[in-house]
Design a protein around this ligand. Structure first.
Ligand SMILES: *Cc1c(COP(=O)(O)O)cnc(C)c1O
Length: 436
């Protein structure tokens, strides 16, 4: 399988190169050159999610140095359950939050971490991954790369601009994962990462890479839980379930569309967004427009210009064509709050603010609709106690893996938003940069 850049389709690279580069040299995003044909029969004998993942991803790694390691990478990606739980009214919840940081981003981050560690096993110098985070991505990436050999990670977050619980998830790491608190906002952190990639000193002393959400190595593994869930449903009922995906940067929704394009039994796909309108506006008007980001209760979906829109439009160039493959529902903060409040009574479930957008989209569908629906639950409600607890009227227990991460939280260095300050901090911790 080859991967091509959305901006220069003739520029083609292997899976390994796409994973290591992140972004194509022309600034485009890597997409698979084709989708393999894998209907339900192709998965005969694949009972576990690891087995389904291995079967589905095999053609995507075909001819690549990682191909032989694929079973091991898929095993390292999961190791936690991804249950499909029926909750009544032809509705099932796909719980994507049983990983170490209690959100679906664990899956993509762990696949990428294991792949990059394998690719760098024999390198003379470790790979240094820089990540700027406003919260959840950084925690998933830090957890995934922690203690991986020959890879070092530097996570930058804006001090005081993330919730107390998020800060604990970002600062529970050591050895090869260094967290740095920046006196600034998220954009300052992002800027520092960009500056580092251009700075001669950094280029000279370190092998830099990134693990941000536009890396195809985070998108591909996300197909696997939709594959597993739809096959479970297909085997039990003989029908293809529809799926609703809470969406912001569109990586998770796109993975669901990719899984269906490979032949998995998935019916309609609906993207549920918060009040940010780039997706619904594009589908309604046919003209893509970026918007200023609006802050909502579903913070991880606060995106005004989703990067994966470029992939979506590469595969389905017209809004008309896109409307045929995907729907979208925009959900207000008031509706998110109301769905969380009613969750325990109506669905016997405490929803997190992101999943609540999917529940609202489900509610809007025709009550006589005869299809089965799967709601992707993207995070555990305990990650967002400030939003959830006042609405359901009780505290929400923190799941064990996340509690373990937060219990390790410790003081981290704090710097001004300045590249020299960051270099001093990184060099002090890194064996390579300090020449030790
Ligand atoms: C990142 C995130 C989303 C949005 O996913 P995209 O792939 O960016 O569309 C939704 N819910 C939660 C909890 C997230 O962390």
């Amino acid at each position: 399988m080859q991967y091509l850049s959305t901006r220069t389709p003739s520029h083609r690279v292997s899976l390994s190169a796409a994973l290591q580069d992140g972004l194509a040299p022309d600034g485009g995003l890597y997409v698979p050159a084709r989708f393999p044909d894998l209907g339900p029969d192709a998965f005969e004998g694949c009972a576990t999610i690891e087995a389904v993942a291995e079967r589905l991803l095999r053609p995507f790694a075909d001819g690549d140095p990682l191909a032989d390691s694929l079973p091991a990478i898929c095993a390292a990606t999961y190791g936690f359950p991804v249950p499909l739980r029926p909750i009544g009214r032809r509705t099932h919840v796909l719980e994507l939050f049983h990983g170490p940081t209690a959100a679906f981003k664990d899956v993509g981050a762990r696949f990428l971490a294991d792949s990059l560690a394998r690719l760098n096993e024999d390198a003379d110098q470790p790979l240094t991954i820089l990540v700027a985070t406003s919260g959840d991505t950084g925690a998933a990436v830090a957890a995934a790369f922690w203690k991986k050999p020959n890879v070092e990670v530097v996570v930058l977050y804006p001090r005081g601009k993330v919730s107390a619980r998020q800060e604990k998830q970002l600062t529970g790491w050591d050895t090869n994962v260094q967290t740095v608190a920046v006196r600034g906002v998220f954009d300052d952190c992002q800027d520092l990462v960009k500056q580092a990639f251009r700075a001669p000193t950094w280029q000279e002393h370190l092998r830099l890479s990134s693990a941000n959400s536009i890396n195809i190595g985070r998108l591909l593994p996300q197909m696997t839980y939709y594959a597993h869930a739809s096959l479970q449903h297909w085997r039990a009922h003989g029908t293809a379930p529809n799926v609703i995906v809470p969406s912001g940067n569109l990586g998770n929704g796109l993975a669901c569309l990719y899984a269906r394009a490979c032949g998995l039994p998935i019916g309609e796909v609906v993207l549920a967004t918060n009040e940010n309108r780039p997706v619904t506006h594009f589908l309604e008007t046919g003209a893509y427009e970026a918007f200023d980001t609006e802050e909502t209760l579903a913070t991880a979906m606060d995106v005004g210009d989703p990067s994966n829109m470029e992939r979506l439009r590469h595969h389905w160039p017209s809004a008309e064509g896109l409307r045929e493959v995907v729907g979208a529902e925009r959900v207000t903060d008031e509706q998110i709050g109301e769905q969380i409040r009613r969750g325990p009574d109506l669905w016997d479930t405490v929803w997190d603010p992101h999943t609540a957008t999917a529940v609202e989209a489900r509610d809007r569908l025709d009550p006589h609709d005869e299809h089965d629906w799967i709601l992707a639950a993207t995070a555990h409600p305990a990650k967002f106690p400030e939003v959830v607890e006042p609405r359901v009227g009780h505290t929400v227990d923190v799941p064990e893996p996340l509690a373990e991460v937060m219990a390790r939280s410790h003081a981290v260095p704090e710097i001004a938003p300045d590249l020299d300050a960051l270099w001093d901090t990184v060099a002090a911790a890194s064996t390579v940069a300090s020449g030790a």
